[in-house]
Design a binder for this molecule. Structure first.
Ligand SMILES: [Zn+2]
Length: 204
């Protein structure tokens, strides 16, 4: 599935000469016939609607600009896969296991973070938060999406974790690029604060 999704993303970027990030997904959406992109009160991140030949992408209100861009790219994949003559509702689900959802996620990742560009940008740089920020900043994608992509295509073996200090305790918020066996198993324990504080001191 992934090679086909990447091939589709490359076809689109080549056709519209969008090979260097940051890819302008809103202009691309217009070129592909999307009539409007609107914020909406959704549970899911995004939704593609086509009624009577008019296509709209709805984006969950409050989504970060980077995640909105990824969601637009995802919905464009649904658009490409769809029959242009029929009405349509497609959603971006948080956890998508069906084949079309997987395809759309892979398409979006390669559209915004092209394999060769990511490899070239990461080449010769350390596997670090700084490099991650460079890749995310230049592609205008989130740290989480960039981290997943660096693991996928540039040989990284790093997980990005977000913790928040509240009531003297570091609480786990989310992680990207987690090894499969650890999904759902990360939580704060008594020693967590010490580990995080030590890490901060070591970095200065
Ligand atoms: Zn979807």
């Amino acid at each position: 599935m992934k090679p086909i999704a990447e091939k589709a993303a490359r076809l689109v970027t080549d056709s519209f000469k969008l090979d260097t990030p940051p890819v302008d997904v809103r202009s691309l959406a217009k070129c592909l016939g999307v009539n409007a992109i609107e914020d909406a009160n959704l549970v899911e991140d995004g939704r593609l609607l086509r009624v009577n030949g008019k296509s709209r992408i709805l984006i969950r209100r409050g989504l970060s600009a980077e995640r909105a861009r990824f969601t637009i790219a995802h919905e464009l994949a649904h658009l490409i896969l769809s029959d242009p003559s029929s009405d349509l509702v497609a959603r971006r689900q948080r956890i998508g296991h069906d084949q079309e959802e997987r395809f759309c996620e892979d398409f979006a990742a390669d559209l915004l973070l092209p394999r060769d560009w990511v490899r070239k940008t990461a080449a010769g740089r350390p596997q670090s938060l700084h490099t991650l920020r460079v890749v995310a900043g230049r592609s205008n994608t989130s740290l989480a999406e960039s981290c997943v992509r660096l693991n996928e295509v540039a040989g990284w073996r790093l997980t990005l974790m977000h913790w928040r200090l509240a009531d003297q305790r570091w609480g786990f918020r989310w992680a990207a690029a987690l090894p499969p066996g650890s999904i759902g198993r990360i939580r704060s324990i008594d020693g967590t604060r010490q580990v995080i504080e030590n890490g901060k001191q070591a970095r200065g």
